[in-house]
Design a protein around this ligand. Structure first.
Ligand code: ALG
Ligand code: ZN
Ligand code: ZN
Length: 326
């Protein structure tokens, strides 16, 4: 397969396969048709799949999310006009494959994800994870905090995911951010949920969440106040802190993302999500995850296409930061 840019030893990043020469539906899928990490030796941004969904409370299937996003990402192109940037020319972005996580033992899976993330971050790369359920945000945040100290968090989700336990279990997809606050891996002066909606177990859910330091921009706030105002507010809260963005695809309305495990009506449009992300382009984004894509419930790749574009905006933000030396 031919590549658009020359190999890394020449000093220039290896870009995606040229889709004007090799049909975009040909060959095994990597994210955005980028090279595999082992083909380029090292990366500035490592895209990595996390095939894990043993922490879910309802529909399973997010273990298949990473590969569905890779398949849908075949249609991404190398220039991002919304951010006026060619993300894969500004930095070496590569597909690092999947982390081999134990589906039968959540504690072990959490450790495996953390160890794999440590290895990626220790190489100096930023990390964009694809797939998995929201349980994995905890080990990813532990790893990011080990490198950067407590980070600002922007959490896009229908749900708070700051609940305490399910069936007595501490590590589930509904509890990662409570654990993260307890463990001190988050900068509690800069925590925001975006897109929150839907029924809760009780008002205490919100009281607990506020005590942990979270601010909430609900899905209805985005609709009423508009993308620009909301994004300004988020940007101010983040400031120059190292930032982690965690995106649960169920932040989107089920019309925009049916392929997910715990859908809630009344969510963001994919246009709103993409525009909010673009408005965060100047932020010091150190790593990000995109979770809860469950392809078995998807139709016509609606969810995985939205997810692939979301990951594209995130990798563009990271590449621009790298090119700017931040
Ligand atoms: N989709 C995520 N991450 N969490 C949803 C948990 C909602 C619940 O079962 O109560
Ligand atoms: Zn959710
Ligand atoms: Zn979630």
């Amino acid at each position: 397969m031919s590549s658009e840019t020359s190999p890394h030893p020449s000093g220039r990043p290896v870009g995606p396969v040229d889709s004007s020469r090799v049909p975009r539906y040909a060959g095994p899928a990597t994210f955005a048709r980028l090279p595999r990490l082992d083909e380029v030796g090292g990366a500035d941004v490592a895209v990595v799949g996390v095939p894990f969904d043993s922490g879910v409370s309802y529909r399973p299937g997010a273990r298949f999310g990473g590969n569905a996003i890779r398949e849908a990402s075949r249609l991404l192109r190398p220039y991002n006009p919304a951010q006026d940037a060619s993300p894969f020319a500004l930095a070496q972005v590569a597909d690092a494959g999947d982390i081999a996580v134990n589906p039968f033992n959540i504690d072990e899976a959490v450790e495996t994800v953390q160890a794999a993330a440590d290895e990626i971050l220790d190489s100096g790369a930023r990390m964009m994870t694809l797939g998995g359920d929201h349980t994995i945000a905890l080990p990813l945040l532990r790893s990011v905090a080990r490198r950067h100290g407590p980070v600002a968090l922007l959490h896009f989700d229908a749900h708070l995911d700051t609940w305490d336990t399910y069936f007595g279990a501490e590590y589930t997809h509904g509890t990662p951010f409570r654990r993260a606050v307890e463990e001190g891996v988050l900068d509690t002066s800069a925590l925001s949920h975006v897109g929150t909606r839907g029924p809760l177990y009780g008002k205490k859910d919100l009281d607990d969440d506020e005590k942990m330091g979270f601010g909430i921009v609900t899905s209805a706030d985005v609709m009423r106040r508009g993308v620009d105002e909301v994004t300004d507010q988020l940007r101010q809260r983040i400031g120059d802190r190292p930032l982690y963005i965690s995106i649960d695809i169920d932040v989107l309305d089920p019309a925009h993302a049916p392929g997910t495990g715990t859908p809630e009506a009344g969510g963001l449009t994919s246009r709103e999500l993409l525009e909010i992300l673009r408005g965060l382009a100047g932020c010091r984004l150190v790593s990000a995850d995109l979770v809860e894509v469950a392809p078995a419930y998807d139709h016509a790749e609606i969810t995985s296409v939205a997810a692939s574009h979301t990951a594209y905006e995130l990798t563009t933000i990271m590449s621009r930061q790298i090119a700017a030396g931040r």
